[in-house]
Design a protein around this ligand. Sequence first.
Ligand code: DOR
Ligand code: ZN
Length: 355
Amino acid sequence: MEYTIRRPDDFHVHLRQDALLGPVVRETARSFGRVLVMPNTVPPITTAAQLCDYRRAILAELGAPGRAVSATGSFEPLMTFKVVQDIDPRSVPDLAAAGAVGGKLYPHGVTTNSSDGARTIDPLLPVIEAMEAADLVLEIHAESPDAFCLDREASYLPVIESLVFRYPRLRVVIEHVSSAETVAFLSDMPARVGATVTVHHLLLTLDDVIGGELRPHHFCKPIAKRPEDRDALIDRVLAGDPRYFFGSDSAPHLRGDKESDCGCAGIYTAPVAIPLLVDLFERHGVPIRESDAGTGDGPSMERFVSRLGAEFYRLAPSTGSLTVERVAWTVPSVCEGVVPFHAGHDLAWAVRDPI
Ligand code: DOR
Ligand code: ZN
């Protein structure tokens, strides 16, 4: 049994730097043809020159200056910059010309490498206005730093609402949506407000993090919440709601940095994301391939991972394909020093590597 689908896009990845960059890029490129690259590097990506250097470093890890990585498709990093106070709004057109498709807003201290994040939104408004003018997407890590951890996402929604109404042409993505409140909020928003959904927020609740033993490899920001929150996400994704598209937030950290008394947030899902999504859609009886979803815009996994994000970002559909096959395999316990999601577990579906 196998399915061949249009090559998936991942609209939210952390590819990292230095020694981790190569293994993470190569693993990510096994499943995805285009990835939206997060800018929370050290130092952050805030200039056109840094953005170009980072893209060059990513592509160099694939062993060729060009894009081709396999017979089944290509790999294209879609670049972003960090929306911080010291960006001169006049540099936004340069960032767009260098290939940025969006800018990422991190509130202060809410996640990895966000100590330079925004304490209040006002100082960022000139940059956001310039982004609207340049037709760049504003990607938001939607959490209020000072709220209780389970309420942080919901408590940031008024900030998003104010931006959406202040900038009537701005496209906004609420990244790694994790709560039922945000799902309700999105249903009242115009279509130019979308959301990425990770595979881990579709599978985990807080119980999987701290309900039994402490599971540092399930710890991420925003933290997995109640069953009702997870089910609200599953409901929208399986319904094929076009504003919800795939963004893995695959976020590798070395094992010692997670298994620590001050462990980093982030789950490395790149090796398992597609197999786990096939399993999820199958279990719920939702087709994997668009061609099995009937005529029109019926829900399918292929539409979620290979079409809706590109449509939101106004990109051409991805080229190439990906084949997943029903082959049992055991997820390695460690990949290049990083413990992947579902490490040591048996999965029923595998991504087929190109010949
Ligand atoms: O869990 C997370 N890890 N959430 C984020 O927003 C950032 C990411 C990282 O960079 O490690
Ligand atoms: Zn992220």
